[in-house]
Design a protein around this ligand. Structure first.
Ligand SMILES: Nc1ncnc2c1ncn2[C@@H]1O[C@H](COP(=O)(O)OP(=O)(O)OP(=O)(O)O)[C@@H](O)[C@H]1O
Length: 357
């Protein structure tokens, strides 16, 4: 399913009126910057947008020269803009990175097949090699098959767990040193809020990290950590920009958090950065038990249980018991590596889940 988001982006420029740009003081302001509400011209908007991302990359030492970086490319607005900006900054600032597009085909007819067409165009437009890995090849199941087996209710759990691992496997095939994703400031603020609402201390403690998985197979980072979604939408300006909406994603709880953050942003744009800042400054009590890292006995993937979540879910599917591994039951067959409280066990469960991408 495809919907155009260019409309929202076009409204703002027309409201900017005839004021001069606050940055250059020469050209007419073309829009009100969503992040700061500054009246700014189009040229200066591009400059500050790209410069802030460059600054985030430099301040957080996200990359080293010579690294092979796989860009998680879904074909949606965030990762499409990420691929474009990262290849531009790589050239402009001589990062010395080898960039690749990496797409996971979940096998969702009418959604991922459409968005993969965008990625294939990006491969040519941006001159970046593309690798596609599919759930069908990796797990023997497409999401269409999984939804037929389990219905709509818990399908996001399968998709999140499988996608996380599929990205790692694809990146390993590309011999990548890092994976980057298009998670933006709104996504991160939303995740902070959700982890508070769920009392998920383990994930709360790491969901604001700009780089995660340094102890795992391939670290992944988020160069858009401080980039507002509204600015990502505006960035391609009058070019058509599309959002692909998953036909299977009912995730109402996340949707509620998202709406709440959008309301806060309308009243006070800084709210998004402030929620991220709060998340960054949470201190976890030393008495809270944290997951103990290991590897899955069956597939060798990083896991805090005897079997990783993907293997447990796959087992359930293959045995005709698709609900196995869903919810708050323990992954594996109960032989935990460490004794955890009930709450901590539930945190571990989602370690590869879609809230902790
Ligand atoms: N199928 C996929 N293949 C490769 N990377 C993916 C895939 N799905 C998600 N990602 C990565 O995870 C990020 C966040 O995914 P999410 O599903 O939240 O989509 P989103 O916020 O709408 O981003 P986008 O606009 O890029 O689709 C994406 O920006 C992308 O980098």
């Amino acid at each position: 399913m495809v919907s155009s988001v260019a409309d929202g982006a076009k409204l703002q420029p027309s409201r900017a009126g005839s004021r001069l740009c606050v940055r250059c003081g020469e050209r007419k302001a073309a829009l009100k910057r969503p992040k700061t509400l500054d009246q700014i011209c189009r040229e200066c908007f591009y400059i500050v947008f790209e410069d802030e991302i460059h600054q985030t990359i430099v301040d957080n030492s996200l990359f080293k020269a010579g690294e092979r970086v796989a860009i998680g490319a879904s074909g949606g607005k965030d990762s499409t803009v990420l691929a474009y900006v990262l290849s531009k900054l790589n050239r402009r600032h001589n990062y010395g990175l080898d960039l690749f597009l990496l797409s996971v085909d979940e096998g969702i007819t009418g959604y991922r097949d459409d968005s993969l067409e965008t990625v294939k165009r990006n491969e040519i437009q941006y001159g970046l090699p593309l690798k596609i890995v599919s759930y069908k090849d990796l797990y023997g199941w497409t999401m269409d098959d999984i939804v037929k087996a389990i219905g709509l209710k818990n399908n996001c759990t399968f998709c999140g767990v499988f996608r996380r691992q599929a990205l790692d496997r694809g990146a390993a095939l590309l011999k990548a040193d890092k994976i980057v994703t298009g998670h933006n400031a709104d996504d991160i603020a939303e995740t902070v809020l959700l982890n508070i609402l769920r009392g998920d201390i383990a994930r709360l403690s790491r969901c604001t990290f700009i780089t995660t998985g340094e102890d795992g197979p391939i670290p992944r980072c988020k160069p858009f950590k401080y980039t507002y979604e509204k600015e990502i939408v505006i960035y391609p300006f009058y070019e058509t920009s599309h959002i692909f909406i998953c036909i299977y994603s009912p995730n109402a709880y996340r949707g509620f958090a998202r709406e709440f953050i959008k309301d806060l942003e309308r009243m006070r744009p800084r709210a998004i950065l402030d929620i991220i800042k709060s998340g960054e400054n949470f201190r976890i009590s030393t008495t809270t038990k944290m997951p103990e890292q290991g590897t899955c006995e069956r597939c060798g993937y990083i896991s805090s249980q005897r079997l990783c979540k993907a293997c447990v879910l796959l087992d359930g599917l293959n045995r005709g018991l698709p609900k196995l591994g869903i919810g708050r039951t323990k992954a594996g067959d109960g032989k935990d590596r460490a004794k955890h409280s009930e709450r901590n066990t539930s945190s571990l469960q989602g370690k590869h889940g879609n809230f902790d991408f």
